[in-house]
Each structure stands twice: as structure tokens, then as C-alpha cells.
Design a binder for this molecule. Structure first.
Ligand code: CS2
Length: 482
């Protein structure tokens, strides 16, 4: 039997259920409805809703029908199971009422974005979904999907969907929108708005000006570790809750959402669910990207080459753990102080979260899309320390581990720059320093101050040589002590 409204009575008492929803005051459209959204913003929205102020979510998959096929037959219902220290607790989430698959029905997506009761659009489209040229920070106008959307064809990117919907909202007087990027990018809201305005500036109908007046895009920091659900997880949940849940999500107990106080219209009372609404997100976001996400990427590239599969295995290796701690110590001086942000306590908490052996968080899930992730996770720290005359041996060894990983082309099939890595390694024909120079110089991940500095390239090439020749264990120990 499958989870659905009709089958709710079959649920065991193991499942925490929300209070019945009262009045619905507004709709959120979520673009990119994967596991993270369902474990994070959906929970905040459900818990922040009150009987007089209910909110509903329409989810949109920009590519695959998988989430629609899991959730729509279940009336949007799914469970979230928190796991830690051998204890699992499961709750029912009821706040999503429909999932649309954009390529199948782009008109329906535009219609719900343009609807009068839609006030907020949240996004988890991954770093590459913003089509940002990492070298220039500008919109990737040469990308075929952006070219398609600029021509006004049936949209393929967030910009095509948003601009079509904004044009309808302006015509219908439906009011503005708050666009909330929940991706792990630095200044994510500002970045989204700037790229959207760049896209709209190409039009001659004044929509960019209208958007400047009617759109707000707060910066946010989002945090919750959400591994991809496996068949074994679904079987575990089914036995606990008494029905099959094709949309089951597994996660940790921890969650955090810090949102800049900048909204174009009404919003759920997310603070009722523990969200922090603040004037400036930057301190939180830098700490999260440069400590948690940076360490995650290190564990992924180093851990995979040490033959680990999961985060909890990699962090249990004392050599890797000491290295990650030393790397975090390099990042700390680049952070911004803020009330409620204690770097030492934050680091301790991160290490404990990574050690959660109940979560099966795959390292290869984190290793995906390195070219899109590393600038804000590692390179920003290295660049700022470099400008202050400080070396970053641990960060450089992490970059070296990533470079060594790119040498193994099939393993990085999940990166938009995969073909470029493969070409650079093939053309270098075994000349590692040349490959390093080209990877640093040509992909746009490093700014001119680093990529044009021969001493930096030489140090990095040395780190790659140490990684490949001495082996990860020796290289990690040496950098930890440096
Ligand atoms: C991870 C993140 O996959 C990755 O790159 O670093 O998804 C991480 O689990 C989340 O940002 C935690 O909030």
C-alpha cells in the first residue's frame, strides 16, 4: 500500500503528523525540487504555518519526472526521517500539493509562477543551474540553453521561466515576487538577481526596470545534510511507517536557515520554525561554505582516492580528520565575526555531523560539479590569504587532490567542465605541471592574482606531485603539520 491522503489511517504511530492546515494565504513555487528542498525549506514552511496563515508549495522539476512520479500519486505527501546515534524519527510532510515537470509542461510552470497567490519562488537548482561564468561572474550567454531562452523559445532555464512569468505578472498587476536562492553560492540572492537582470536587460520591453522595482532576492544560508535516498532506506521507512513511501527522505536532525530580511511581499513565519531572519547573511554563509562545504569537498576528493565511499568513513580516518581540522583553521581568519557565530563550536559541530554513521552520505555525490563548487569553497579562502601574504598549504593540497581526481576523466562525468578536464590531461600527455597550469589558468576557477602568479602555480604543481608520488597519506600528514 502506498502513502496517500486516502491511506493515512494505515500509517503507524511512529510517524509524527502535522496539525491540519487551515487557511492558505500564499503559495511558494520551488524550482528544482530535489531531496534537499523537501528536507529543508518544505519543513520550515510546514512548521512555520499556523491555522490562520497556511502556505502551500508547488514543486517544479526542471529536468526529470522522478520526483513528480514519486509524489503526485501520493497527493504530495512524503516522510522525512532524521537519523543519528541509532535513533530514527519519522515525520509526515503535507505542504507540497503538486509537482510539475518543466520540460513536459512549461506553460503550467509559467502559469503558477505568474499566479496572484504566488508570492515566493525558492530555488535549489545547484550551482550550475545559474549559468554563471565562473571567470567573469556574468551570465553564460553562449550556453545553448540560455541562447534558447534569450530567443524567447519554450524556456529551459530559470531565467526563461522567470522572465515569462514576470511579464505576465506585470501585465496582470499580480505584484512582485521574492526570489530565494537556496544554493551554496556566495551572495546567492544577489547573484541570482544580477544574472536575472542581465538576462532581462537584453529585452526591449522595460521588464528589467519593472523587475528592479518589484523583485527582492534575499541572500540565504541553508544547511542540512541530505544524502540521496536508497532502496534500502525506502524499505526501512516502509517497515517503520506501515506504507510504501516513494518520496522518503533521510537526513540528520540538524537544520539551519539564515535569510536576509528583504521580501517583496508576504512570507511564511519561518522564524516560528527556527529560521533566522537577519540583516546580513554574509558571516553565516562564509562560515558554512568555507568550513562545512569546503571540508565536504576535501573529504570527497581525498576520501574517494583513499577508497572510502561515505563521509562518515572518511572523517573516521585520523589522517583525514586532522587534515580537515587544519584546513578549517586556515579558513577561520577569512571569516566575518557575527553574534551567535562561534567558529570553534561550529567546527566541533561540523565534525560531529560528518561522523554520523547512520547517514550514508556518498562522497561521489559531493564530488559532483567540482568546477562549480570550488571557487566559493576553497579558492576564495586561498585568494584572500594570498592577498594577506599567507600560504594555505591544506587548501592547496585539497586543490591538488581535486586535480588528481580530474585526471581520472570517467570519474568526473558529472561536471559541466568534464570534457575540458579530459582534453587538458590528454593534451598534456603526462606533463603534470603543464596540466596544472592549464587547469588553473583556463577554467576560470582562479582569479588573475593566482593564475598569473608563477610561484603559486609552482607550489600547486609541487602539491600535485606530492599527492601523486608520495601518496595521499604522506601528503596529507605533511600539509597538516605545515
Ligand atoms: C555538499 C552539500 O553535495 C555537496 O556538495 O557539500 O550538499 C552539503 O551537504 C549541504 O550544503 C549541507 O548543508
Amino acid at each position: 500500500m502506498r502513502l496517500s491522503r486516502a491511506n493515512l489511517s494505515a500509517l503507524t504511530n511512529n510517524v509524527a503528523r502535522p496539525a491540519a492546515q487551515g487557511v492558505t494565504n500564499g503559495r511558494i513555487v520551488h524550482l528544482g525540487i530535489g531531496a534537499f528542498h523537501r528536507a529543508h525549506q518544505a519543513i520550515y514552511t510546514q512548521d512555520g504555518s499556523t491555522p490562520d496563515d497556511g502556505w502551500r508549495i508547488t514543486g517544479v522539476s526542471l529536468r526529470s519526472p522522478a520526483v513528480r512520479d514519486a509524489l503526485n500519486p501520493q497527493d504530495g505527501l512524503y516522510t522525512v526521517t532524521e537519523q543519528s546515534n541509532g535513533v530514527a524519527s519519522t515525520r509526515l510532510v503535507t505542504v507540497i500539493d503538486n509537482v510539475l515537470v518543466a520540460p513536459e509542461n512549461p506553460e503550467a510552470v509559467i502559469a503558477v509562477l505568474a499566479a496572484h497567490d504566488t508570492h515566493i519562488v525558492t530555488l535549489t537548482v545547484t550551482e550550475k543551474g545559474y549559468y554563471r561564468d565562473t571567470a567573469t561572474g556574468r551570465l553564460l550567454v553562449s550556453d545553448p540553453a540560455i541562447e534558447n531562452d534569450v530567443r524567447g523559445n519554450s524556456p529551459q532555464t530559470i531565467y526563461g521561466f522567470l522572465s515569462a512569468a514576470l511579464a505576465l505578472r506585470r501585465r496582470a498587476g499580480a505584484g512582485g515576487l521574492t526570489l530565494i536562492s537556496c544554493d551554496n553560492l556566495s551572495g546567492n540572492g544577489t547573484l541570482l538577481l544580477n544574472l536575472l537582470l542581465e538576462f532581462l536587460d537584453g529585452r526591449d520591453d522595460g521588464l528589467a526596470e519593472w523587475a528592479r522595482g518589484h523583485i527582492r532576492a534575499p541572500d540565504t544560508m541553508v544547511d542540512r545534510i541530505v544524502p540521496a535516498t536508497t532502496a534500502a532506506d525506502r524499505a526501512f521507512v516502509a517497515s517503520a511507517i506501515g506504507v510504501e513511501d516513494a518520496g522518503a527522505i533521510m537526513t540528520e536532525p540538524f537544520r539551519q536557515w539564515v535569510i536576509e530580511d528583504s521580501f517583496a511581499g508576504p512570507r511564511p513565519q519561518w522564524e516560528n520554525a527556527g529560521a533566522q531572519i537577519v540583516a546580513d547573511v554574509a558571516p553565516f554563509e562564509l562560515a558554512k561554505l568555507r568550513l562545512l562545504n569546503a571540508s565536504h569537498s576535501t573529504l570527497a576528493y581525498a576520501g574517494l582516492q583513499l577508497q572510502y565511499d561515505y563521509v562518515h568513513q572518511a572523517i573516521a580516518d585520523p589522517v583525514l580528520r586532522d587534515f580537515v581540522v587544519a584546513q578549517m583553521a586556515e579558513a577561520v581568519p577569512t571569516l566575518i565575526a557575527a553574534p551567535g557565530l562561534d567558529a570553534r563550536a561550529y567546527i566541533t559541530a561540523i565534525l560531529a555531523r560528518f561522523a554520523n554513521a547512520d547517514l550514508h552520505h556518498r562522497l561521489d555525490q559531493i564530488a559532483m560539479d567540482g568546477s562549480q563548487k570550488l571557487p566559493q569553497r576553497w579558492v576564495a579562502t586561498v585568494t584572500e590569504r594570498f592577498a594577506a601574504g599567507q600560504a594555505s598549504p591544506c587548501h592547496l593540497l585539497s586543490v591538488a587532490a581535486w586535480i588528481a581526481y580530474t585526471a581520472d576523466a570517467p570519474a568526473i562525468a558529472d561536471d559541466p567542465l568534464q570534457a575540458r578536464y579530459a582534453a587538458i590531461w590528454a593534451e598534456a600527455a603526462g606533463d603534470v605541471p603543464l596540466a596544472v597550469q592549464r587547469l588553473v589558468g583556463e577554467l576560470g576557477l582562479f582569479g588573475p592574482e593566482l593564475r598569473q602568479c608563477p610561484a603559486f602555480i609552482a607550489t600547486l604543481a609541487g602539491a600535485v606531485a606530492a599527492w601523486q608520488q608520495d601518496g595521499p597519506g604522506v601528503a596529507l600528514r605533511a600539509a597538516t603539520k605545515a
